[in-house]
Design a protein around this ligand. Structure first.
Ligand code: XMP
Length: 319
């Protein structure tokens, strides 16, 4: 794509002009936006960039390892792996209110990010993967009524607090353009095409109280579900797909025995921008096969349901 190739060169020049020989910190989540931001900055300023990857213990199966392997080992980026699962899960213990959970995670995320960023001596810039729709959204919401359905956590206000200047090289781009740019930068297609993943991670796919046991079960079930979707060639037709573990145990039979395990819900939606969404019309065969696999392969789940709520009136996530 020659237009994006040209855009890339211009963006790199702009970054070099803005940053000079100063150091830049970039929060890496493993999502498309922050990954492309990091790759672009790396190409522009090389070793002047340090990434901080905050692992809150609410990531999917093998996600932390995958992100580190990709950026540190394959792309030679300097990545600090902030493994703070104990801190996050400790503070979340006993909390079941969705907004409280989000606020705890958002606050700790900023604390942790700041702690690790402070160790990077002489940094003057903070890079963020803000997209054009984010820019418009924050403008149009600022004067309007303060109706918040979910307080999406981000690192808003952090740059000022830390005395850092912002670098936002994706500010003029839409999501599909970011993907093309990522491709130009050599990121693998599997990474670029990943479904969006929310900042609070599995916390909002585990309605009610979060426990390590529930998270482990959820990670396994989600991995089987995504494997099924990939095997059936459906991944790219879907905007987001995930499992939510429900805060309820149900009775089942397996072999000669009675089981009393968690129920889970499969979620899959199509969407253009996440603002509205339709549930994905899987075939009954697919759903049946997936339910059987999850119950057979994941200890701790004995019942699988499919969420057929569209947005509105539902939201994509369960909390
Ligand atoms: P909802 O559930 O509000 O989700 O229909 C719409 C899109 O936003 C994502 N989402 C979040 N992303 N922090 C994030 O960074 C959050 O707290 C959050 N809540 C929802 C969700 O995954 C979907 O893509």
């Amino acid at each position: 794509d020659w237009t994006m190739d040209a855009y890339k060169d211009i963006a790199i020049e702009k970054i070099r002009e803005q940053v000079g020989d100063k150091k830049v910190i970039c929060g890496l989540s493993g999502g498309v936006d922050s990954s492309v931001t990091a790759a672009l900055l790396h190409e522009a300023i090389g070793d002047q960039l340090t990434c901080v990857f905050v692992d809150h213990g609410l990531l999917r199966k093998d996600e932390g390892l995958d992100v580190i392997a990709m950026f540190r080992d394959n792309m030679n980026l300097h990545v600090i792996h902030a493994d703070e699962a104990d801190l996050f899960l400790g503070e979340l213990e006993g909390q079941s209110d969705p907004e409280t959970k989000r606020k705890i995670i958002g606050r700790l995320f900023i604390d942790v990010f700041q702690k690790y960023a402070n160790e990077i001596e002489g940094a003057e810039f903070l890079a963020q993967g803000t997209l054009y729709p984010d820019v418009i959204e924050s403008v149009s919401f600022s004067g309007g009524p303060s109706v918040t359905i979910k307080s999406h956590h981000n690192v808003g206000g952090l740059p000022e607090k830390m005395g850092l200047k912002l670098v936002e090289p994706l500010r003029e781009l839409f999501k599909d353009e970011v993907r093309v740019l990522g491709h130009e930068l050599g990121l693998p297609a599997s990474f670029i095409g990943r479904h969006p993943f929310p900042g609070p991670g599995l916390a909002i796919r585990c309605p009610g109280e979060i426990t390590r046991q529930k998270l482990d079960i959820l990670r396994e079930a989600d991995a089987v579900y995504i494997d099924q979707i990939r095997k059936h060639g459906l991944y790219d037709d879907i905007w987001q797909a995930f499992v939510a573990i429900l805060p309820v145990r149900t009775v089942g039979v397996m072999g000669d025995g009675r089981t009393y395990d968690f129920a889970c819900a499969l979620r899959a939606v199509t969407s253009v921008d996440g603002m509205t969404a339709d549930y994905y019309p899987f075939s009954h065969e697919f759903l049946g096969e997936t339910a059987t696999r999850i119950i057979n392969e994941v200890a701790g789940i004995n019942r699988v349901t499919y969420d057929i709520t569209s947005k509105p009136p539902g939201t994509i996530e369960w909390e």
